[in-house]
Design a protein around this ligand. Structure first.
Ligand SMILES: CC(C)(COP(=O)(O)OP(=O)(O)OC[C@H]1O[C@@H](n2cnc3c(N)ncnc32)[C@H](O)[C@@H]1OP(=O)(O)O)[C@@H](O)C(=O)NCCC(=O)NCCS
Length: 221
């Protein structure tokens, strides 16, 4: 999801206080905390704004995604917006932390494309100090499982700018299949970029009995 649905400039609302203690089996009321070997996923908290601002606004992270909020306060508004969208059942965003630590080092977003989550789009960004460490791969498999088992997603789409070689490598490595090129579908810095549409089908994931394997990879410069 290189086009983050949140737009800071459009969010004029003052958010009510959010009860951060809520954990429920109904994801609309609060995302569950999920633990892997190295990584943990949990709902975003207002207090994640500072670390997400520091890690996700760098040039290398934001190069191929929609501009993230430009201030810590902007991230606080984004987090409040994410909670409202979750409560409405339209979108959710996990914070990624290292297991045993509470600092948010990245996010995984999932949004409904079909009124009922039959088809959903996901997107992710991890602070660059954690690239190539396995954090992405483990978190991605946890989010895929959550999407298929808990959200009831059947088709999980991702869009990655053709120039985003690392994004492509990451998606291919977790078994996403390249379906199409969406020509001039993403506006970035005054230019329209082509995007590759990658998908993971619940059917394939269930047939594989868990994490899918890489299909194939071409190096992109
Ligand atoms: C996308 C992202 C979350 C992936 O996390 P990561 O830790 O960098 O991913 P990994 O290192 O586990 O996997 C990337 C793979 O792509 C490979 N790769 C790197 N550059 C590549 C290129 N130009 N072409 C093809 N593959 C490439 C890496 O070697 C790695 O594969 P390997 O582990 O088999 O060596 C992270 O890079 C990120 O936050 N990027 C910025 C935000 C973004 O672009 N989001 C994607 C939107 S679709």
């Amino acid at each position: 999801m290189e086009k983050m649905p949140y737009r800071e400039a459009l969010d004029m609302r003052v958010s009510p206080a959010f009860d951060e203690s809520v954990v429920s089996t109904d994801w609309r009321s609060g995302l569950p905390a999920l633990a892997g070997q190295m990584v943990a996923l949990r709902d975003l908290r207002a207090s994640d704004a500072a670390s997400l601002f520091a890690l996700l606004t760098t040039e290398e992270v934001s190069r191929f995604i929609s501009p993230p909020p430009t201030t810590v306060e902007g991230f606080e508004k984004f987090i409040a917006w994410a909670h409202r969208q979750r409560q409405a059942g339209q979108y959710l965003c996990f914070a990624v932390t290292l297991k045993g630590f509470d600092t948010a080092i990245g996010i995984f977003q999932v949004r409904d494309l079909s009124s009922g989550l039959d088809t959903a789009e996901w997107g992710f960004a991890i602070g660059s100090p954690f690239w190539g460490t396995g954090v992405f791969e483990e978190a991605a498999h946890m989010v895929i499982k959550f999407a298929f088992d808990t959200l009831g997603v059947r088709r999980l789409e991702a869009r990655a700018a053709v120039q985003n070689g690392r994004g492509h490598g990451a998606l291919i490595k977790i078994g996403a299949v390249q379906e199409a090129v969406l020509r001039k579908s993403f506006a970035k810095n005054g230019r329209y970029l082509d995007q590759v549409l990658f998908t993971i089908l619940e059917r394939d994931w269930r047939e594989a009995g868990g994490p899918l394997k890489e299909v194939r990879r071409a190096h992109i410069h």
